[in-house]
Design a protein around this ligand. Structure first.
Ligand code: SF4
Length: 477
């Protein structure tokens, strides 16, 4: 639990958050189209939103803290003139002082104005920043992303394309990027391709989006994914896309958690429909952990699609035994004087007529700290359930993510230091089973091209080394 800029109580149910990026070319109402795109990507980040447009030789930016609909009104959208635009929705851990970190980040350099939107996390940003600051660079944010802009601006390479490539070779980690100048947009994925980025076509416009659900909203056709390690350049003069690759061997390690939880089920991510993957996770879970029960109940919304798969696979009927209040955001204000802590009841309410006397299979996508799951099990039991069997559609989350997901530390992850039986006891569940890693890989069609590190500790990049360096850096400065 943390506080936002207004001192309001914030009670996120899961600590999985990152960012979404969206861009469009050649649209008379470019800013409004990006507004819509970001609206469809809102699930990827709810703490700030921003849009950059280009007209003539200038870039215009508007950004603020909050949801897309809170940040932008008619007046702000009117100010965003120009036919080409990119935008960003971001998660950050706290409020007003972090407005500076809202993206897109825009700088004026000797190469002209450049704006950047980033989904991911750079592993060596602290070291690079340390070096750049000692060379005289003045940073306007505390975000890792700004390092890329400084590397581009300070490069001695002649062209922007060469400077960009030099910057990309210097950074390590996860990055799906949209970089905009007055006449160009670059759509880039790191050589591991941790985060998704797709290309779409809408009449005469090119569209770039973290997920295909945003293309659907605009009526844009999916063209293809930006490939791992690819730099796609759109130039206003030619109106064509040009592709080059970062001269590093691509090492696909796409985030498997995008399929488990982050992405919307109506998106196609890494070439695979998320809905289909999640249903397969549920079916395989039913195969791996059969149980005698009367109904399958999802924890809404995160467990819904896997629960449909589990019901299919087991033949046990699917029921909405928990109802979610969709209007509760991160900024719910609890009564200050009340001795009663509403907790999970603010979001979820059990349907007693469905649950009473029933043996329930309760499905969710993951267990993080375990505290929310414990309250949900208690709630289902209190509503009259005879038995509660918890089934989780991913393996135990044992280690943190360093590639752009804000996860708890290892010590806060219940599965990192407790056995499945200990977790079952903590939840007071009648039984508990997590999908196996093999089962998860089968569900998403993994052929060695996914990162599974938060389940397997098999990090695709040497994070420990870098983080040790980071610690050293912190101690020195
Ligand atoms: S560590 Fe987990 S959340 Fe992070 S990129 Fe890998 S699979 Fe995704």
């Amino acid at each position: 639990m943390s506080s936002n800029r207004k001192g309001i109580t914030v009670t996120p149910d899961k600590f999985w958050d990152h960012c979404g990026i969206f861009g469009i070319t050649n649209q008379p109402e470019a800013a409004r189209n990006v507004y819509l795109g970001l609206y469809a990507l809102q699930h990827r980040g709810q703490e700030s939103a921003g849009i950059v447009t280009s007209s003539g030789s200038r870039l215009h930016v508007e950004k603020g803290m909050g949801h897309v609909v809170d940040v932008f009104d008619e007046r702000r959208l009117e100010r965003l003139a120009g036919p080409h635009a990119t935008g960003h929705v971001r998660y950050s851990t706290s409020g007003a002082s972090f407005l500076l970190n809202a993206q897109p980040i825009l700088i004026d350099s000797w190469r002209g104005p450049i704006a950047i939107s980033h989904n991911g996390n750079l592993l060596n940003a602290a070291q690079l920043r340390y070096r750049l600051e000692h060379e005289g660079a003045i940073f306007q944010t505390t975000s890792d992303t700004e390092v890329i802009l400084h590397l581009i601006a300070r490069s001695r390479k002649e062209t922007l394309e060469e400077a960009l490539m030099e910057a990309l070779l210097a950074v390590k980690g996860a990055y799906s990027l949209l970089i905009q100048t007055p006449t160009r947009i670059f759509a880039i994925r790191d050589p591991c391709g941790f985060r998704p980025l797709t290309i779409g076509r809408l009449a005469g416009s090119w569209v770039f989006s973290s997920e295909t659900c945003a293309l659907d909203l605009l009526g844009a056709a999916f063209v293809r994914d930006v490939e791992c390690g690819e730099v796609v350049k759109w130039d206003a003069q030619t109106d064509q896309l040009e592709s080059t690759f970062i001269p590093q061997t691509p090492k696909p390690a796409q985030c498997i958690f995008e399929q488990v939880y982050f992405s919307r089920p109506d998106s196609v991510v890494f070439g695979k429909g998320v809905n289909g993957s999640r249903q397969a996770m549920g079916r395989i879970l039913a195969e791996e952990s059969p149980v005698e029960a009367d109904i399958v109940v999802p924890v809404p919304d995160s467990g819904v699609t896997a629960a449909i798969g589990f019901a299919d696979g087991s033949g046990i009927p699917f029921k909405f035994g928990l109802i979610r209040n969709h209007y509760v955001g991160r900024t719910f204000i609890e009564p200050k004087q009340s001795i009663r802590h509403f907790g999970v009841k603010i979001k979820l309410n059990p349907v007693a007529e469905i649950l009473t006397g029933r043996r329930v299979v309760l499905i969710d996508d993951s267990i993080v700290r375990g505290t929310t799951s414990k309250k949900i099990v208690e709630m289902v039991r209190a509503a009259g359930a005879r038995e509660v069997h918890v089934r989780i559609s991913s393996p135990p989350t044992v280690s943190p993510c360093y590639f752009g997901i804000d996860t708890p530390t290892r010590s806060e992850l219940i599965a990192s230091n407790h056995s499945v039986e200990e977790i079952r006891e903590f939840l007071s569940a009648d039984s508990l089973y997590f999908l196996s890693l093999e089962g998860l890989k089968r569900a998403v069609g993994d052929r060695g091209n996914f990162c599974t590190a938060c389940f397997s500790e098999d990090y695709p990049l040497p994070v420990e080394t870098d983080l040790n360096q980071l610690d050293l850096f912190r101690k020195e400065t």
